[in-house]
Ligand binder design. Structure first.
Ligand code: NAI
Ligand code: MG
Length: 504
């Protein structure tokens, strides 16, 4: 490794941007990659369906590839479950519910869930690599966030299993039966944990459908479930795309559907379930406002803005994708933000220093590009730091748009990529009005030195989660969910139990 330190050029012009100066430092070193070792991870060339505790071939014999979005190389192929396969999985779940799981003492159920949590911890080094390979997220995120938070959800809900009678003021509760759960590709293992852990704790059995671009961590989770000796059929995992999901939603013997994904599909599911009596929770898109007041600790706010939108390539339903800046600090914050963005490292998800990994799929990359082109066409000013993107794979440079109007598509539509749209405000009332001017309502962030202002804003913002002087903080004990077109129902915390129980 050679290390070259070059003197930063003198900044003769007093008005030179700080961002540019920093950039020279960033380029002063030859970068030495720090790739995570992957040789201890065994990904099989093919995965079958996980039904009734066993790996079962799909009836139609169809399989599809899952790629690594950072190299475009095939990692493995997984079974495509047909409606008949889904039916087999639901029947296994029903059988397990009737014969075993609903009859088991809650304390015993809890022990199984604890066991899953512990094995996730034991196998965390494999899981984070699989997650980063299959989905493209930086290893430091899958290692420090996705996998530990997934384990934390199993630990948390394991503790509830024998205390359900106390969860709702002593009101009697009972399980629903079979839960059909459909999850997206942005947090594959974590979303599986969010769905499976409370369902099991409440005494339900599960059929889970992972997203088609990121099925592998669910295949590892199936191995973990076998290792934990969970009774056969309590958790079944069927891979496939939209048609598999639709078959699960439509199955007459499913008592509850839990879905996380796009608002479009969420609406379709809601229509399909109307009048069936099946219980439903939907966690859909977002267009969160991250609101920075002039009295905020601005350097911290800049880090929060960066974390809010560039975390996981912006593939986050609660991403702080609209930055609302108090007009008096707009120029200063944008300068600091560009400065910080210039230090972000885009590239190999398995490099421990990578901040922004690969976009999950070519389709998602095209969507991001299309919306950015619309942003420029509608008159917003686009900026990205100079950064070399890898030649292969799906990558997108962190991007900020200033001069954005509320009517622009980039201010209204979910981009689901590392793209920030900046708007301004002058008063608290204007900030609230602009923040709430969206069909969505999943989350928001407020940055201010005044505690009273944080609380006041939190009551006025139509968002399921409002973060104060922080962003993207998660804990299994905190409920999460949306308003308006962001969906309904809560996941996490005591509230998350309600989605999987009849409460008398
Ligand atoms: P999607 O909603 O199509 O996919 C989510 C899950 O639903 C996947 O498992 C998929 O196979 C399944 N699915 C698709 N069609 C279905 C149907 N008719 N019935 C039942 N299940 C079905 O999302 P997609 O197309 O991958 O992403 C499109 C956009 O959705 C993204 O650009 C982003 O804006 C948003 N999105 C939001 C997420 C969130 O966390 N709220 C997660 C993923 C995407
Ligand atoms: Mg993949």
């Amino acid at each position: 490794m050679t290390i070259k330190l070059v003197e930063p050029k003198a900044t003769a012009a007093g008005d030179r941007r700080r961002g540019e100066r920093r950039l020279e430092f960033a380029h002063a070193w030859d970068y030495a990659p720090a790739p995570e070792a992957v040789d201890h991870v065994k990904i099989l060339p093919r995965y079958e369906l996980f039904i009734d505790g066993k790996w079962q071939a799909p009836e139609k014999g169809r399989y599809f590839d899952t790629l690594s979005p950072s190299t475009e190389q095939k990692l493995s192929e997984v079974a495509e479950a047909s409606a008949e396969d889904v039916d087999r999985a639901v029947r296994a779940a029903r059988h397990a519910y009737d014969r075993v799981w609903s009859r088991m003492k809650p304390l015993e159920r809890g022990k199984y869930i604890f066991r899953i949590a512990r094995i996730i911890q034991e196998r965390s080094r494999e899981l984070c690599i699989v997650e980063s390979l299959d989905g493209g997220k930086p290893i430091k995120e899958s290692r420090d966030f996705d996998v530990p938070t997934a384990a934390a959800h199993f630990f948390y809900y394991a503790g509830w299993a024998d205390k359900l009678g106390y969860a709702f003021g002593g009101r009697p509760v009972s399980a629903l039966g079979v839960a059909g759960q459909i999850i997206p590709w942005n947090f594959p293992l974590l979303m599986a944990a969010w769905k499976i852990a409370p369902a099991l704790a409440c005494g339900n059995t599960v059929v889970l459908k992972p997203a088609e671009t990121t099925p592998l961590s669910a295949m590892f989770l199936a191995e973990i479930i076998q290792e934990a000796e969970l009774p056969d059929g309590v958790v079944n995992i069927v891979t496939g795309a939209g048609a598999t999901g639709a078959a699960l939603v439509a199955h007459p013997d499913v008592n509850k559907v839990a879905f996380t994904g796009s608002t479009d599909v969420g609406k379709r599911i809601q229509k399909a379930l109307a009048g069936t009596g099946k219980k439903l929770t939907l966690e859909l898109g977002g267009k969160a406002a991250n609101i920075v007041f002039a009295d905020a600790p601005l350097d911290q706010a800049v880090d929060g803005i960066v974390n809010g939108i560039f975390f996981n390539q912006g593939h986050v339903c609660c991403a702080g994708s609209r930055l609302l800046l108090e007009e008096s600090v707009h120029d200063l914050v944008i300068r600091k933000l560009r400065d910080r963005m210039a230090t972000l490292r885009v590239g190999d998800p398995l490099d421990k220093n990578t901040d922004i990994g690969a976009i999950n799929s070519r389709m998602q990359l095209e969507k991001i590009k299309e919306l950015c082109a619309a942003g420029e066409a509608e008159g917003a000013e686009r900026w990205s730091p100079p950064c070399e993107l890898p030649a292969k794979g799906f990558f997108f440079a962190p991007t900020v748009f200033t001069g954005v109007a509320q009517s622009h598509r980039i201010a209204r539509e979910e981009i689901f990529g590392p793209v920030l749209s900046v708007l301004t405000f002058r008063t608290e009332a204007e900030a609230v009005e602009k923040a709430n001017n969206t069909f969505y309502g999943l989350s928001a962030g407020v940055w201010s030195n005044k505690g009273a202002r944080l609380f006041k804003m939190a009551t006025q913002l139509e968002a399921g989660v409002v973060w104060g002087n922080t962003y993207n903080k998660f804990d299994p004990s905190s409920p999460f969910g949306g308003y308006k077109e962001s969906g309904f129902g809560r996941e996490g915390g005591r509230q998350g139990l309600a989605a999987y129980l009849h409460v008398d």
